[in-house]
Design a protein around this ligand. Structure first.
Ligand code: MN
Length: 200
């Protein structure tokens, strides 16, 4: 039997202590367009937990499929960055930023570093592969229309985790360190350090 969606997410958290959203159960209506190339949301959160990392999340079938990317996304197609698959998050996590209290899972400060929509580009034999299938197969190609991240990106599962890479296209910026150039939240305008001081 398939686990309840978000079961793993909820088990890890005490919602009387953390201000993270509990999340509604995914509705059936948002998964109906899975076979199409319709636009869905993506977000990147910068998270100063025990180790600083970026959380990359894609809306798939009413939840946010999630990876922790220790080095963060890059606009340089030569950079292959490890992306560790983590538990699905609820859709309303997309607007969460603030502090997760000490002692709680993922304790530390979070900002929404980027947000936007994505399109599925994954093809096999000239046919679009649905996102959920592509993830099961271990390879997905997507086009991001974020405030910061733009263009094609690919995620590929390997023996030691997923690898995230910028695809070679007109949006690639090999010499740009986008993490340094654009450090602030796209929601509040705060840097992680400012959020740490002021809270949410
Ligand atoms: Mn995280």
């Amino acid at each position: 039997m398939k686990d309840e969606p978000l079961q793993s997410y909820r088990k890890k958290r005490d919602f009387s202590l953390t201000s993270e959203p509990r999340g509604e159960l995914p509705g059936g209506d948002r998964s109906a367009d899975d076979k199409s190339t319709g636009e869905r949301i993506f977000i990147v959160q910068k998270h100063a937990a025990r180790n600083l990392h970026y959380d990359f999340r894609l809306e798939v079938d009413g939840v946010l499929k999630s990876w922790a990317v220790p080095k963060g996304p890059s606009m340089d197609p030569k950079q292959k960055h490890l992306a560790i698959a983590v538990e699905d998050h609820p859709l309303d996590y997309a607007s969460f930023e603030g502090r997760i209290p000490a002692g709680q899972y993922g304790a530390g400060t979070v900002i929404v570093w980027d947000t936007g929509t994505y399109r599925n580009l994954t093809e096999l034999d000239g046919q679009i592969v649905p996102v959920s299938r592509a993830l099961e197969n271990g390879h997905i190609s997507i086009w991001l229309e974020g405030r910061k991240l733009k263009g094609g990106f690919a995620l590929t599962r390997t023996g030691r985790g997923w690898i995230m890479v910028k695809m070679r296209d007109e949006e690639a910026k090999p010499s740009m360190n986008i993490l340094k150039a654009e450090p602030a939240s796209v929601l509040s305008g705060k840097t992680l350090e400012e959020m740490e001081k002021t809270g949410d």
